[in-house]
Write a protein that binds this ligand. Structure first.
Ligand code: ZN
Length: 311
């Protein structure tokens, strides 16, 4: 065993350590160090320095480089919540799918180890912008932070274009899970309807066709027409075998089967439907209204009968 002497970068205290070590802790101030072996000499580097360097790379948008720095810090000091939080952020933004998939566990560990309220709030936000399964975050945080998670989700609802498509649907499902159907119906959907109306008046539409479907039946006829023609026109900008096209097409067709306005407008958008497709749609649309009428008739009959017998 060879002993080497190094100076703590944090407090200038002298450390005497086994040359074979990879990491060292200063016995004066407790700062963790990574041992750096150069061609000529061995030195040590304060874990916090790695974190600082990593942050600088994050600020430059170089997440993979940042990751390398945070990894050194975390390897040396696995329970350093701060380093772990940054490590998780770098992973979540990494170009490597493997690293990305590990980010959630790192966020969770960082959250658990941290006793700094502000830092915990930052971790929750960063974690939520990465994690698609919001229930995972919700279940992992303390009771005091469950409301914070919901508040963040609601902010997402306020700013529809900040979220990625999947995230947006995820928010919907999540709020449905934790707050129930009634809450979503009363609080969330009215917001979406309002947003969709103002978007339509500006000639725009939600990037997510499923959200258009949720709000569609609350629009007036003119808004409905705009919504369908925007969805169908947008679908036509993409080749038929792309998801982008398929999602929009499916939404328009689903709406068209149950709604006269949608049906007429879907047919009107040029090159959206082939002749065969529009005849098929016309058949389905007619069948839908026929069965609806029949159901209504039955209901009326049942009402009459009920009235007769109850008298
Ligand atoms: Zn020290």
């Amino acid at each position: 065993m060879v002993l080497i002497k190094l100076i703590c970068k944090h407090c200038n205290g002298q450390m005497e350590l086994d040359d074979s070590l990879e990491v060292a802790t200063c016995r004066f101030c407790g700062t963790k160090h990574v041992i750096v072996r150069g061609a000529k000499s061995t030195d040590c580097k304060d874990v916090n320095e790695y974190v600082k360097e990593g942050i600088a790379f994050i600020e430059m948008g170089q997440f993979d480089k940042a990751y390398e720095h945070f990894k050194k810090a975390v390897d040396a000091d696995p329970n350093n919540s701060d380093a772990l939080g940054w490590y998780a952020i770098a992973m979540s933004r990494s170009s490597s799918p493997m690293l990305k998939s590990g980010a959630s566990s790192a966020f969770e560990k960082s959250y658990r180890l941290s006793n700094n309220e502000e830092a915990r709030g930052v971790i929750i936000s960063a974690w939520l912008s990465h994690e698609v399964d919001f229930n995972r975050v919700y279940n992992a945080v303390d009771d005091t932070h469950k409301e914070v998670v919901i508040a963040r989700m609601l902010e997402g609802v306020e700013k529809p274009f900040l979220g990625i498509l999947l995230t947006y649907i995820g928010v919907f499902k999540f709020l449905l899970d934790v707050r129930g159907e009634e809450y979503v119906k009363e609080t969330i959907i009215p917001k979406w309807i309002e947003q969709l109306k103002s978007l339509l008046s500006a000639g725009k539409i939600y990037p997510d066709p499923l959200l258009v479907e949720v709000a569609y039946h609350n629009l007036n006829d003119e808004e409905k027409r705009k919504a369908i023609s925007l969805l169908a026109t947008d679908a036509c900008r993409w080749p038929r075998d792309t998801d982008h096209h398929k999602m929009r097409r499916a939404a328009v067709l689903r709406l068209s089967v149950q709604d006269e306005v949608a049906f007429k407008d879907a047919i009107r958008v040029e090159s959206f439907l082939t002749f065969k497709e529009s005849t098929q749609l016309a058949r389905e649309n007619a069948a839908f209204f026929r069965s609806k009428k029949e159901a209504e008739k039955k209901e009326k009959k049942a009402e009459k009968k009920g009235g007769f017998f109850s008298r």
